[in-house]
Design a protein. Structure first.
Length: 83
């Protein structure tokens, strides 16, 4: 029974990780009204409610960012300025 629970927990952890991807790029523009972040390569993502307006407000054109995207909704769940 213990092996089954461990296997199930590990499977759930991997499934959660499989639904998130990471994009890296340079910000071209940010539209706070629509919560859209456009990168210089033309990729555009819409931030979900987990990304606050304050987090979007610190993004400026030319900033290098790392964006975590939920593959099931294609929305950004986290945005951080890359160093």
């Amino acid at each position: 029974m213990k092996k089954i629970l461990v296997t199930a927990a590990a499977s759930l952890a991997f499934m959660g990780a499989a639904y998130a991807g990471t994009l890296e790029g340079v910000v071209k523009s940010v539209d706070p009204a629509t919560k859209t972040i456009t990168l210089e390569d033309g990729t555009a993502v819409v931030a979900d409610d987990a990304v606050t307006p304050e987090a979007l407000g610190v993004l400026t054109a030319g900033a290098k960012v790392k964006v975590t995207v939920d593959d099931s909704t294609t929305k950004a769940t986290a945005v951080e300025v890359a160093k």
